[in-house]
Write a protein that binds this ligand. Structure first.
Ligand code: COI
Length: 387
């Protein structure tokens, strides 16, 4: 049974959703804020073509990276797109000791006419700023964030693949680079964007994945950093993720830390449940869940299509009963890297159940990727042309 008394659509009107809807100057007006220093050792076109023929997720990098540095007093400066290469960092850099770091994930898509687009960049800009606030890091101006994507993608446009489901995955991140061992916010912070031509996150594409629900570990606690996109949340998911693999599962799912009963999210993706009556439910944002851009877009698209979408507390017990009784027909995960992927099996202490359905999951995958790759109408003007 649904445990919410009233359906809510909170995620259509969060500060991130509102920020994402604000207009942006065209890319030509932002271009040049991060001036290019060309890489003298850039890959040859043969080397690049070889890399683009064999795409995995996140294992190859392009020729350049965007960079800016913040110092207390002077603020942000040193903007540029520079050759991709190793960083020189003091072993005393605060990020190495206290993990003061935030990051984002966003993709560039090649459309059929050769143009290159990204998806709701202001959403990621606003989320990076929100994560930075939580981690006591300085906020980067949101137009500068988008400008860094424009200049990097323009420099490395030849690296944007054009195959089905392929993209250039962009990874903006900022970290405390000042060297000291006291525990306090750093006075020097570096921002980078690196780019990686990417195929599917899961090598088996839209094949259903299996999930281990951990009752032993939690991803986040009340008042913690669960809503921020920061490395520590992912570091803490690695042990549970490897225990999930030991159980023969692809991913781990976390429950809330207070009741230890309610679904939160997977290691790096949000989760959604489809009921037999067509309702789609997803855990509501409690401060311990990451507010996913893909999650938000899916809520919007499903609502536009006339479906009831409910953000609520979803207990594991209720989910298992729903799967058993047929009230729940599909469960899927969503995120920028993985897009949309059906869950085919849910396993944990004392249960191991299969889920067969995937019709709504496939529909939403096709609708979203149709917009992202320029094959479908984009009524909310989510796509932003980079090059
Ligand atoms: C993304 O989906 O972009 C993420 O940052 C999640 C990460 C686990 C790849």
């Amino acid at each position: 049974m649904s445990e919410a008394t009233t359906p809510t659509h909170d995620s259509l009107d969060t500060p991130l959703a509102r920020a994402a809807a604000l207009p942006l100057p065209a890319a030509d007006a932002l271009a040049g804020r991060f001036p290019l220093t060309p890489n003298p050792h850039a890959a040859t076109s043969a080397e690049r073509d070889r890399a683009l023929r064999d795409l995995h997720f996140g294992s190859a990098f392009t020729d350049h990276m965007a960079h800016a540095r913040w110092t207390r007093g002077a603020g942000w400066g040193d903007y540029g797109v520079v050759p991709f290469g190793d960083l020189s960092l003091s072993p005393g850099a605060a990020v190495l000791h206290y993990g003061q770091e935030v990051f984002e994930g966003i993709k560039a898509y090649r459309h059929e006419d050769g143009s290159v687009w990204t998806f709701r960049p202001r959403y990621n800009a606003a989320r990076l700023a929100a994560s930075a606030r939580r981690l006591a890091l300085p906020e980067l101006d949101q137009e500068d964030f988008v400008a860094s994507l424009v200049d990097l993608v323009r420099a490395d446009a030849a690296w944007v693949p054009s195959g089905e489901g392929e993209s250039l995955y962009l990874r903006p991140f900022a970290f405390a680079s000042e060297a000291f061992l006291g525990v306090h916010p750093a006075g020097v912070v570096d921002y980078y964007v690196i780019a990686s031509p990417a195929g599917a996150y899961f090598t088996h594409g839209l094949e259903p994945i299996s999930i281990w629900v951990t009752t032993e570990y939690h991803r986040a606690g009340r008042g913690g950093t669960g809503a921020a996109k920061t490395g520590g949340n992912y570091a803490s998911s690695l042990l549970p993720q490897s225990l999930a693999a030991d159980q023969g599962c692809d991913q781990v799912c976390f429950l809330d830390d207070v009741t230890q009963r309610n679904l939160e999210e997977l290691g790096g993706m949000n989760i959604m449940v489809v009921d037999a009556d067509g309702t789609v439910r997803t855990p509501r944002l409690t401060g311990t869940i990451l507010e996913g851009s893909t999650r938000s877009a899916i809520i919007r698209l499903l609502t536009d299509a006339g479906r009831t979408v409910v953000e609520e507390t979803i207990s594991l017990k209720g989910l298992l009963e729903g799967i058993g009784s047929g009230r729940v027909t599909e469960v899927f995960a969503c995120g920028t890297a993985a897009v949309v992927v059906p869950l085919g099996r849910l396993k944990g202490e004392g249960f191991d159940v299969g889920i067969d359905g995937n019709e709504v999951t496939h529909q939403i995958h096709d609708h979203l990727t149709g917009i992202q790759y320029g094959r479908r109408e984009d009524p909310h003007h989510w796509m932003y042309r980079l090059a």
